[in-house]
Design a protein around this ligand. Structure first.
Ligand code: AHR
Length: 495
């Protein structure tokens, strides 16, 4: 039995919908054979898979980051616009990139699914000038040769792309044109200057890591130009130590989610940037490269084969982790304003495409539940009673509380909208809710993402993970309680 106390009158922050954002990279089957597949009978005349678009619309994707990832660090956008598309060899993923899907297609795609475009630029082999030309192509009405070229290419109206990132993980050796900390701060500043000279209304992001010196240097050099600081995490840490091979160990990593947020928040605070620069968690996923079905090693990392694309790898552990991640973004909504699930489609994505249709993996349903049912105001809540189970993983013991929760309401409404996650692998949990005396509630609906077992997954012709809906009624205010299934993600809407 757990006990959740809620003070609906104490508002902690405003959730930014961009925390439900996504990421699409030119990698494996995300773009070609994922969202864009002109050969498929499931695609419309412009070559976009209709079923994928419908699935993305259903989860109201607020923002899409593109085109990379590592891919972007040797990408030249000018080769992928207009009629003349020049293919090239992509050194990040060692495949030929046709350049058939470029800036104009990305913007068109975002408009079709109703998402805001977010462009990540080439800070590897690219230059500040190439970045600012890209801003000109997208955002200037007609001044300059690049804006004129956009018009010539059939797009008279500026695209008004607001969010731009200077580079990707340029701190990493795996990235083409990686930078050291001194080079990074300077490069970000010079790029930002040029980009904002073209369009002062854009918002800029640049990569931060948990290294203090890196951040100090970046923020001292370029802090005045930045609106966001970008962090990434995959909880296998690129395969170094973590073990995601079973449900329980994945639950131990739910206890790690908050750490990078707190670290970055503290750095921003210590340099006086809290309230001015926000955190964009613009790549995140429980699983990075190594999980049960993947052979590790460089060979797999660099070849186009992708063993991440196996549906049985994405179980209720992924759904529960996704919910705990989003809960932390809600709790830190004063500073976390964007997050991009990496990636949206195929490889480790929430949607898997095949020639006859698609499979919605477990995380997909969490986005659906949260976007539809949670509110924009985060209110105070705390678990005053919550049992825990121990998980032994990577040589250490982690105590994992059964329940994770966040309480919200919507502007203009007294209804309470509470995310309730039961991490326990096989025990249902009874949660009693204490809402204060001021407001009386008696009716509710419980929306839940449930799986047949903790290892349940969806695949072609196999549906083990689904959303269910249950009406509830309480006779007395002292007995507001709810029973949540093991390994489940829930949103309780109480009226
Ligand atoms: O998703 C694959 C890669 O993971 C991305 O390109 C990179 O940014 C991250 O390390």
């Amino acid at each position: 039995m757990s006990r959740l106390e809620i003070n609906p009158k104490r508002e902690l922050g405003r959730r930014d919908k961009k925390i439900y954002g996504h990421f699409l990279e030119h990698f494996h089957r995300q773009i070609y054979g994922g969202i864009f597949d002109p050969e498929s009978p499931l695609s419309g005349s412009s070559g976009y898979r209709q079923d994928v678009m419908e699935a993305l619309k259903r989860i109201e994707v607020p923002i899409v980051r593109w085109p990379g990832g590592c891919f972007v660090s040797a990408y030249h956008w000018k080769d992928a616009i207009g009629k003349q598309r020049t293919p090239y060899f992509d050194k990040a993923w060692r495949v030929e990139e046709s350049n058939k899907f470029g800036t104009d297609e990305f913007i068109e795609y975002c408009r079709l699914i109703g998402a805001e475009p977010y462009i990540c630029t080439n800070a590897g082999t690219g230059s500040p000038e190439e970045m600012s030309d890209w801003v000109e192509y997208c955002n200037l009405p007609s001044e300059g040769k690049w804006a004129k070229l956009r018009i010539e290419n059939g797009h008279p109206e500026p695209y008004k792309v607001k969010y731009w990132s200077i580079g990707n993980e340029n701190y990493g050796d795996w990235e083409m044109g990686a930078k050291n900390l001194r080079e990074w701060g300077r490069f970000v500043k010079e790029s930002a200057k040029m980009m904002k000279r073209v369009d002062p209304n854009i918002e800029l992001l640049a990569a931060s890591i948990s290294d203090l010196d890196w951040n100090l240097n970046l923020l001292r050099e370029a802090g005045n130009y930045l609106d966001w600081i970008s962090i990434h995490d995959y909880w296998d840490h690129l395969g170094q130590v973590n073990d995601l091979s079973n449900y329980e160990s994945c639950m131990a990593y739910t206890m790690e989610i908050e750490k990078p947020i707190l670290k970055t928040k503290n750095i921003l605070g210590s340099l006086g940037y809290l309230g001015r620069i926000r955190i964009a968690y613009d790549e995140w996923n429980l699983r990075g490269w190594h999980h049960p079905h993947i052979n590790s090693g460089t060979e797999d990392y660099i070849t186009p084969r992708d063993k991440n694309d196996i549906n049985s790898s994405y179980t209720m552990a992924d759904a529960v982790f996704t919910a705990c991640f989003l809960n932390q973004c809600h709790k830190h909504s004063d500073v976390v304003g964007m997050a991009n699930f990496a990636p949206t489609v195929n490889t480790r994505g929430a949607i898997f495409t095949h020639q006859d249709g698609l499979v919605l993996r477990s995380s997909y349903f969490v986005f659906e539940l949260y976007i539809r049912h949670l509110g924009d105001i985060v209110v105070d809540s705390w678990l005053s009673e919550n049992s825990a189970f121990d998980v032994e993983t990577a040589g250490k013991t982690t105590s994992v509380p059964h329940v994770d929760a966040v309480a919200t309401k919507r502007t203009g409404s007294e209804d309470l909208r509470i995310a309730l996650v039961n991490r326990h692998p096989d025990r249902a949990e009874s949660v009693s809710l204490h809402l204060g005396s001021a407001v009386q509630y008696s009716n509710a609906v419980l929306y839940s993402v449930v799986g047949d077992s903790k290892d349940a997954y969806n695949d072609i012709g196999k549906e083990q993970v689904r959303v269910i809906e249950q009406p509830l009624h309480w006779n007395t205010q002292s007995d507001v309680r709810v029973e949540i299934q093991p390994h489940s993600v829930n949103v309780l809407v109480i009226k």
